[in-house]
Design a protein around this ligand. Structure first.
Ligand SMILES: *Cc1c(COP(=O)(O)O)cnc(C)c1O
Length: 414
């Protein structure tokens, strides 16, 4: 399903006119479709009749209401910090469905995760493994772990979001993995539970995933020979979405690319998936208002009240986000840069884009903002973080209020 559609030239989220929300609570505002989020989760989950856990990668979106919605559908969480563990527990996500990745886990975060008895730590180095073992022993606990192994396959995605290569900072190298597992097996406070890999984000081509799965499956069989029995195969996230015209492989193809390689092991394992972008990316738009139109020499600019502080992906990855007027009027298209108010030249939402010749005061919808949108936003230039709204059918509600001026100094002392 599409979360957003035009009806009589006016953009709707489900059955609510986007303009109505923008007028009532001002802009910038992120507007999410609840029905779409549910649908994506259920579509993903039902692709795998095998024993599995879907752990939503909550770095993509950690709004409590959205996490609760996923939690109610049976989702777990893929976390990368103690903060994300805190939020997951607030959203009632069961600890038995929480996996903890990240290369820089601090002692307190490891302790916190052990106290909460999460499913497993996705360990990213030998030092971290030893640290987790030591802390677990001091608590007279056994820590379940998976080793994050680098399949060293190029995911053919943007270099900033590729993670499974030799040169990346994540995981342990494929050749070292066996030794690390043998070391882990001999640690008395470690339970070797799984294996983890995650090769990158916004994957649109399945062959890197297929090759990675084959390499990891070989390793799992080798481990079995050494009497190390892997129970959880955590295949990470990374499935892409359509921002512009990308063709996304259907879920059953995605499944085949991963599962086939593990068929000799299939009765013994539980799958763990960590989708982020796929579940939430196309669930939301960011609505901004055009403050000014401006021409500088040969260039035309639309200056909006939303910028890189609200949506950093264009500035950070040169990412493409579709931008359309909330009310279309079949006007000629103009080549423009859509920019924000931030004092940085990289503060743009789109460059050299053909957009209908809109007027000052009109609203623009920036699409595909449900993942890595609000969660990457900041207060740069002392701008207030945007409001978030969740739509369900004809109804909508605020799920995060707009920040106030007082919020800006709330943590400071003078
Ligand atoms: C970022 C990340 C994910 C989620 O990636 P998506 O592309 O949003 O699906 C999953 N697992 C790990 C370890 C990650 O770092």
């Amino acid at each position: 399903m599409d979360a957003f559609h035009y009806k009589n030239k006016e953009l709707f989220c489900e059955d609510v006119a986007v303009r109505e929300i923008a007028e009532k609570i001002k802009t910038p505002v992120f507007i999410y479709s609840e029905t779409y989020l549910k649908q994506q989760f259920l579509d993903f989950s039902k692709t795998f009749p095998e024993k599995h856990i879907v752990c939503f990668a909550i770095k993509a979106n950690n709004n409590l209401s959205i996490l609760k919605l996923f939690s109610n559908l049976g989702s777990g969480a893929d976390i990368v910090s103690g903060g994300e563990l805190y939020i997951s527990k607030k959203a009632n996500i069961p600890s038995s469905k929480i996996v903890f990745a990240g290369i820089g886990k601090e002692d307190w975060e490891i302790e916190y995760a052990l106290d909460k008895e999460i499913l497993m730590f996705n360990v990213e180095s030998l030092s971290e493994l030893n640290k987790i073992s030591k802390i677990a022993c001091s608590k007279k606990k056994k820590a379940r772990i998976a080793v994050r192994v680098n399949p060293e396959i190029d995911p053919k995605t943007h270099p900033y979001i590729s993670t499974g290569l030799k040169k990346n900072k994540f995981g342990v190298s494929y050749d070292e993995a066996l030794n690390i597992y043998q070391h882990a097996k001999n640690l008395s406070c470690i339970d070797v539970a799984g294996i983890h890999f995650h090769i990158g984000s916004q994957l649109t081509d399945l062959s890197p995933l297929r090759e990675s799965s084959e390499k990891i499956a070989q390793l799992v069989l080798k481990l079995k020979e050494k009497d190390i029995n892997i129970r959880y195969i955590d295949v990470g996230g990374g499935l892409g979405i359509t921002y512009k015209d990308e063709k996304i492989p259907p879920l059953n193809e995605y499944k085949k690319a991963i599962v086939s390689a593990f068929s000799p092991l299939k009765d013994e394992i539980v799958w763990v998936f960590e989708p982020g972008r796929f579940l939430a990316g196309n669930s939301a738009i960011l609505v901004v208002k055009i403050l000014y139109k401006k021409e500088n020499g040969a260039k035309k600019f639309l200056i909006t009240n939303g910028g890189m502080n609200d949506l950093i992906r264009p500035a950070l990855y040169n990412a493409y986000h579709e931008i359309l007027p909330v009310i279309t009027k079949k006007r000629n298209k103009e080549k423009v840069d859509v920019v924000g108010p931030i004092c940085e030249s990289c503060d743009f939402l789109a460059q050299e884009r053909f957009i209908e010749d809109v007027e000052e005061g009109e609203y623009l919808a920036v699409f595909s903002c449900g993942a890595y949108g609000f969660s990457m936003s900041s207060n740069y230039n002392a701008r207030l973080k945007a409001c978030e709204v969740l739509v369900n059918g004809k109804n909508w509600r605020i799920i995060r209020r707009r920040e106030s001026l007082e919020d800006l100094t709330a943590y400071e002392t003078d």
